[in-house]
Every structure is written in structure tokens, then in C-alpha cells.
Design a protein around this ligand. Structure first.
Ligand code: C2E
Ligand code: MG
Ligand code: MG
Ligand code: MG
Length: 285
């Protein structure tokens, strides 16, 4: 009986792997078409200053609406794109369009920092600083209005190369932040050499800060350390007033989450910015 159960378990397992491989292949093929057929768009999520509730930034988040498969999460298709190399044209597309959007908003009087997610694969390209400089120049956006969100994994492959790329971007005036901080392979020693100006506290820590003493200790330590290193902090995934008050008491600098707004299509973001009342934004606690 045990043998039988073991075998069906194994069969179940291989089927799951086959299904996963089939889905992977399906997404690779679909992604190629998506780039050509304009199935991709970008949503923008507001980032607010804790000090005065002002709208200070927007994070560009890629969206994919496939005609048959429906909406596919970037959490699923970004890793696929990284595996098959499509992340390079995809990443360049996001960068160009987010920079273009930031410039258009600037012309309309909406000044904010545009934060764009970069894959570690993009970050490994030696010509990344040149590409960023070219896009900024062609689209007419000052480098100081662009922030690149990196994950802790960028340094795993080749720390020295990562530092060289960071130095080049820093010299251009582009800002860099570490996304999902605390979830990856962080070397605190590398943090010292990185030209980072902001840490994004991962939402998995923020979720339970009101109830979980361990998450609370971790977030408090990140904010403390950042302050001592002269870095800013932004909390991701802020959903409740209780989380907001605790983060305020801890001295977190910026906020992002559903409590303020979900990621929005460009037109809806502009409307949000127009209606946004800095004074009342932080009074929800
Ligand atoms: P991320 O960069 O950490 O982005 C934050 C994610 O949290 C977004 O998910 C956002 O919609 C979600 N979020 C924001 N506020 C809240 C909240 O209050 N509660 C909850 N539960 N979630 C919140 P999204 O848009 O599904 O993106 C998932 C991930 O996909 C991103 O995580 C990022 O790692 C990746 N990604 C998205 N766009 C791009 C892109 O253009 N390039 C690259 N390389 N990665 C991207
Ligand atoms: Mg991000
Ligand atoms: Mg994040
Ligand atoms: Mg994430």
C-alpha cells in the first residue's frame, strides 16, 4: 500500500512539474507577442512623505493583459522573462515609458521621483549606465527625478561589478534604492559600499508590525540602521492606520500602500495627485 501511495505521489509530482514547464513555455511565447502587440502597460503607485503627507514619488509597476490568459502578475512573468532573456527589451520598455511619463507630468506641474524596478539581469549589463543616460537624455528628464529599485540579489553574482555600475549611475545623479529590504541576501558590509540612498522595507515585515514583536524588532532595527547610515526608509504595503502610526513613531520617512492608493493607470494617478490633500493624508490613524 505504501509503495502504491508513494508511486501516485511521484506521479502527482511529475505532473505538477510538467504543468509548470508547459506554463513557462506558454508564457515565453506569449511574452514575445506581448511586447510587439502592446499588451503591456504601466501602473503607478503613490509614495508619500511621512513628514507632511506630500506626494513625493511614484513606483512604476508593469501590467500584462493577455487576450486569452487574462491578467498575469509580474510576480509570475518577470522571472520567466529573466530566464529567457526577454527581461532586457522588457526592462528597457518600462524604463523608457516611465521616464517619458515622469517628464510629461513635470510639464503639467507634477514633480515627483519616478521609481522603476530593475531586474538583477539588467543590472549585470555593463552598458546599463549608458542606457539609462541615453533614455534620460532622449526623453528629457533630469537624472535626479529617476530612482532605480534594485534587489539585494544584484550583488550576489559579482559584487565588484555591481559596485562599479552603482558608482557610474550615482555619478550621473540617478538615485538607487534597495527593494524588499531584509528578505534577500543582504550583506551589511556591501551596503556600506553601495551608492544607495533609500531602503524599501519589505511588506512581509510591515504586514504584522502591529501584532508581531519579531517583525516589529526587525523594522525598528532597519529604520535605526538606515538613519545611522544616512539612508532614507520607505515602508511598502502599508494598509492600516495602526501600521501608519507605529511607523511614524519609529521615524520611517516615506509610505507606500493600499491605505493611500493602489497602483493606478497614468490618468487615474494624475487625478489622484490633483485631489491629494497632504494635510489629511496622514490623519487616518
Ligand atoms: P515590488 O517592486 O516589491 O512592488 C510592490 C508590490 O506590492 C506590487 O505588486 C504592488 O502592487 C504591491 N502592493 C503595493 N501596496 C500594497 C499593499 O498595501 N498591500 C499589498 N498586499 N500589496 C501591495 P505587483 O505590482 O504585483 O508587482 C510584484 C512584483 O513584480 C514587484 O514587487 C516587482 O518585484 C515585480 N515587478 C513589477 N513591475 C516590474 C518591472 O517593471 N520590472 C521588474 N524587474 N520587476 C517588476
Ligand atoms: Mg519595487
Ligand atoms: Mg518591494
Ligand atoms: Mg516584492
Amino acid at each position: 500500500l505504501a509503495k502504491k501511495a508513494g508511486r501516485s505521489c511521484f506521479r502527482f509530482y511529475t505532473t505538477a512539474i510538467q504543468e509548470k514547464a508547459a506554463r513557462h513555455l506558454q508564457l515565453v511565447n506569449a511574452l514575445r507577442v506581448a511586447l510587439e502587440q502592446q499588451q503591456l502597460s504601466i501602473h503607478y503607485q503613490p509614495q508619500l512623505s511621512m513628514a507632511d503627507g506630500r506626494l513625493v514619488g511614484a513606483e512604476a509597476l508593469l501590467r500584462w493583459a493577455h487576450p486569452e490568459l487574462g491578467h498575469i502578475s509580474p510576480a509570475e512573468f518577470i522571472p520567466v522573462a529573466e530566464d529567457c532573456g526577454l527581461i532586457l527589451p522588457l526592462g528597457e520598455w518600462v524604463l523608457r515609458h516611465a521616464v517619458r511619463q515622469a517628464r510629461q507630468w513635470r510639464e503639467q506641474g507634477l514633480e515627483l521621483v519616478m521609481a522603476v524596478n530593475l531586474s538583477a539581469v539588467q543590472f549585470r549589463q555593463p552598458d546599463l549606465p549608458a542606457l539609462v543616460a541615453r533614455i534620460l537624455q532622449e526623453e528629457g528628464l533630469p537624472a535626479s527625478a529617476l530612482e532605480l529599485e534594485l534587489t539585494e540579489g544584484v550583488a550576489m553574482y559579482d559584487p565588484q561589478q555591481a559596485i562599479a555600475v552603482m558608482n557610474a549611475l550615482h555619478e550621473q545623479g540617478v538615485r538607487m534604492s534597495i527593494d524588499d529590504f531584509g528578505t534577500g541576501y543582504s550583506s551589511l558590509n556591501l551596503l556600506k559600499q553601495f551608492r544607495v540612498y533609500k531602503l524599501k522595507i519589505d511588506q512581509s515585515f510591515v504586514r504584522d508590525i502591529v501584532t508581531d514583536p519579531e517583525d516589529r524588532a526587525i523594522v525598528a532595527a532597519i529604520i535605526d540602521m538606515a538613519e545611522n547610515l544616512g539612508l532614507l526608509t520607505i515602508a511598502e504595503g502599508v494598509e492600516t492606520g495602526e501600521q501608519l502610526s507605529w511607523l511614524r513613531a519609529q521615524g520611517c520617512d516615506e509610505l507606500q500602500g493600499y491605505l493611500f492608493s493602489r497602483p493606478l493607470p497614468a490618468a487615474a494617478f494624475a487625478a489622484y495627485a490633483q485631489q491629494h490633500q497632504p494635510a489629511t493624508a496622514l490623519l487616518r490613524s
